[in-house]
Design a protein around this ligand. Sequence first.
Ligand SMILES: Nc1nc2c(c(=O)[nH]1)N[C@H]1C(S)=C(S)[C@@H](COP(=O)(O)O)O[C@H]1N2
Ligand SMILES: [Mo]
Length: 396
Amino acid sequence: MHLDRRLFLAGSVGSALAALLGCGDDASPDARTPGEGGEGEFLGELPFVGEGEVPFGELVGEGLDGRLYTDLARLEPNSLAVPNPLFYVRTRYPDQLVAPATWKVAVGGLVAAPSEVALPELEAMARPMGGVLLECSGNTRRGRFGLMSAADWEGVFLAEVLERLAKKGRGPSEGASAVLVSGFDGHSKPSAGGHSVPGASWVFRLSELEETGAFLATRMNGELLPPDHGSPLRLVVPGWYGCTCIKWVNGIALVGDDEPATAHMKEFASRTHQAGVPELARDFAPAAIDPAAMPVRAERWRTGGEARVRVVGIAWGRFPPLGSLEIRLGDGSFERVARTEVASPEGTWSLWSHVFSRPAPGRQALRLRFAAPGLRTRRLDAGHYDREVEVPPPEA
Ligand SMILES: Nc1nc2c(c(=O)[nH]1)N[C@H]1C(S)=C(S)[C@@H](COP(=O)(O)O)O[C@H]1N2
Ligand SMILES: [Mo]
């Protein structure tokens, strides 16, 4: 049974992983030394070049254009979960949202009888959901790949909410095959250039709720949801892009096979790798995140008189086969990634590191791939997560 399986797999985002990512200023030499016996001299960080100018950890923009970019190389050493104030933001708290004393979710459409589910009822059903990563489908080099974060969540499986409604005689009726989840999006300022349309909503097949373990989240990293992250209620769809994780959820409608795609779905059609822009929701493929990997930190080292470049990175998506991960620097050949630092449970990210000996100087791209035949890795194949470094001459 899928729900049980998810509970079984649920684990908090490992602290060991964060210790590695957090190897900033006060890192122990052991955690960052590329030499065999812990020898070596750390010469400094090698920044990624050719990326956008966005600031990290700062709220910028308003409404639908509001953003906070997460610096994945700077997580706190004691936890891999990104602390709430540093968790990436795409769309800020809608300024026209006046939260009622009791938040309610209207349940309608193809149901035996329309109803409302009040927040306290959901809170009473909530339980730990473990670590889940969110990635914006628009997570690009231009935004320094800062639109991705992981947290420990609490919430209620959406499938369970529907089951409970069915027991009360208010569940899905004949012909209901999917569910439309929508959230409040009243922003007084429209998105600049009309880039984003308000009214976030996504249609999920009922089977997809089970397959993904989609849940209505009430808490994030042990705290009530912060306003910018959907307070008081948001959807989290493990393994799917963030655009499906509707914030400020206030409506659930059971719908049939002929349900049109929402404007929000159409806006995100190409970024979720759809074939064109389907008119009907049923023609949308699951907005799944393919297995992917990218560097989050590069360092210069000298070990035994030789220059080295150490790369620390993450792997995520559905079941990334870590053992087959390969990395290439510039025109070099692909090398099997040397270390899996922490393999995290499904749904969140894992950490790896690799050391290149005697790297060629100059501007070099870092590229990753999984040497796993048949694995669908659309973004890796397209070079989407490539990052570049400027390797100095050996004696610099
Ligand atoms: N109501 C609403 N929910 C929304 C959005 C939105 O614009 N409005 N943006 C979506 C997108 S594109 C992403 S990537 C995630 C971001 O969630 P976060 O800001 O909590 O990281 O929220 C999703 N949920
Ligand atoms: Mo997004």
